[in-house]
Ligand binder design. Sequence first.
Ligand code: ATP
Length: 335
Amino acid sequence: NTRVLTGITTSGTPHLGNYVGAIRPAVAASRRDDVDAFYFMADYHALIKSDDAGRIERSRLEIAATWLAAGLDPARVTFYRQSDIPEIPELTWFLTCIASKGMLNRAHAYKAAVDKNTAAGEDVDAGVTAGLYMYPVLMAADILAFDANQVPVGRDQIQHIEMARDLGQRFNHLHGHEFFVLPEALIEEQVATLPGLDGRKMSKSYDNTIPLFAGGKKQLREAIMRIVTDSRLPGEPKDPDDCALFTIFRAFASDAETAAFRQALLDGIGWGEAKQVLYERIETDVAPMRERYEALMADPSAIETILQQGAQKARAIATPKLAALREVLGLRAMT
Ligand code: ATP
């Protein structure tokens, strides 16, 4: 079977982009008989971006409840919280010791920070923590600890998967053995990247998101009404191919519904009315999941039990893996 692994950073409230880009395809993949799915709440990654403990905890609960409400069956997958797996930070250190600093200098997340500082005339590393710098190594440990074959990612993450491969390969080469499975990025071409309220990629860190469940249908509608549009009036044709509403609509609708919405835009439907159509389409899909979500959020201890069981399943793989690695690295217990 193919091992597929993916995580969501617990840095905020799950949004439509997380659902369309990660959760919906991952839940579909987990139902396949030829796939063993490993899905986790990336709370160590969240510490890179946030020191707000309450936010991280709330986000973790919301994300776990979202996966389950979207139809994830914890009996079929290994569903866990990253911070329940001590083997991950342990492996991170082993990989850190073979990661070249030059490779990490080229990592996108770090380079973006450097470019921003340079443009602002500041010290290149101003505000950059070692955590941000090391983030690709932590991500490599997430993947290599479980011998994952495939990691579904957006294009911006391909480089990090290559770094995980690179680290796995270097370790295998140094220690003369196939210790690590080398992972591949799985780019799902048909999965859309949703724009946020301001037209940039919808992202928790840009604060431009449309929450999937939080706040109920009232907040979903209000957020959709706030999506930025151009100043074309009702009656004036709108360009579907340059329109956040259309991109989001298409991610939820059938081909026939999409064609009808495209025509409505070309025919000059007003933005207010178009937003109402979008809201109703999304609400049709979201309403039954939201009911399950609210029931799950009302009982955090049931989620905790599921995560504890997931951690046991995950550690049943990671613990012997790390024991074997300690052995080859010369970290044996004295007899
Ligand atoms: P952050 O800003 O903290 O990085 P994020 O909201 O961008 O958060 P992540 O937690 O980094 O989301 O990503 C979780 C998953 O959701 C990833 O697989 C990512 O590709 C997917 N995803 C995030 N934003 C979008 C989006 N706008 N459209 C489609 N998929 C998305």
